[in-house]
Design a protein around this ligand. Sequence first.
Ligand SMILES: [Zn+2]
Length: 148
Amino acid sequence: MSESVSDAELVERFPWVQISHDSKHHFRGWLDKQLLINRCGDCGVFHHPPKPVCPDCWSENLVPTEVEGTGTVHLAMHLHQGAPAPGVDYAKGPHPVVAVDLDGTNGVRFSSTVVDLPVEEVVIGLPVELDWVERYGHPFPVFRKREG
Ligand SMILES: [Zn+2]
């Protein structure tokens, strides 16, 4: 479905991010609720945010690869104020922002928030899994606490 979305439409649908030729595959994936991380077709190394060449071997053979989205919180910040965003109400308490070490990659970290968990439980080392919520009228990747 998202394959039919033109580059121009894609830019219109994500007005708050700068979409480049390098990152357009990643954001197209959001429309299909797929977390696509660029993987080098030559040496196999993942990297994020998307770059025009593999940071390891400089190959341009980059393959947007879907990852499962499980991982571990590497860094947690609790924002007490910030830019307005749908689903974020600073009056209700701090908004958690995390960088998650994604399983199955070579330590790629993906930043988002953790939903449906008291902010004091959003800590470094928390096991999480990917989920999608609606923001600005399209899917937005978030994390939830992973049980077990
Ligand atoms: Zn490479």
